[in-house]
Design a protein around this ligand. Structure first.
Ligand SMILES: [Zn+2]
Length: 191
């Protein structure tokens, strides 16, 4: 038997989130014919998307710069250590002048590693701020919420930049040990 009742007209509401995804408060206006957004949000969503794209570009740029910077410091520190060890293993310092020269190289390496650590830590803080901002905007404007799902989802491994920012400690440790050894050698405590 054929169903004579008229089908309920499908109410297509605007899907624009006026609050973030956790509150799931959406715009109450009806969506434009064949679209997911109402007339008001059709235009503003385009502007939001542009802003979101600018924010994600900034976030990605900060991450790229973080690793470019880390590579620079890594090469500089590695080069300085290699030169220092090549020189010291060949001829140990004997005169005061040579000791001063060695200590200056060590302090340069140590200073650079400490500077690298602070720069990395601050850069990670900036990356975190941009990440939080993108997650916030993603929760509001995206219908897929990729950033929110990936960045805030379960079993989230530690971000590479958060691990890499501790790399300077390796060089700080090596330079500190070498500094102590050279001072002990200089003061004739060790031979
Ligand atoms: Zn709307």
């Amino acid at each position: 038997m054929e169903d004579s009742s008229t089908p309920e007209p499908k109410t297509n509401k605007c899907r624009y989130l006026v609050e973030d995804v956790e509150h799931d408060k959406r715009c109450p206006n009806p969506a434009r014919e064949g679209k997911n957004l109402c007339d008001n949000h059709m235009d503003s969503s385009q502007g939001d998307l542009e802003d979101f794209r600018a924010a994600t570009d900034h976030f990605k740029q900060d991450i790229r710069e973080f690793f470019t910077r880390s590579n620079f410091y890594l090469v500089a520190e590695g080069g300085l250590l290699a030169i220092f060890f090549a020189k010291v293993t060949k001829t140990m310092p004997t005169t005061t002048f040579e000791y001063i020269l060695n200590v200056s190289v060590i302090l340069t390496g140590l200073g650079l590693a400490i500077f690298w650590f602070f720069v990395s830590s601050w850069a990670v803080k900036w990356i975190d701020r941009w990440r939080a901002e993108i997650i916030r905007v993603d929760k509001i404007i995206s219908q897929i919420h990729s950033y929110f799902n990936v960045e805030c989802g379960p079993c989230r491994p530690r971000s590479p930049e958060k691990v890499t920012r501790h790399l300077p400690w390796l060089f700080i440790g090596i330079w500190a040990i070498v500094f102590v050894l050279i001072i002990l050698k200089w003061t004739r405590v060790i031979c």
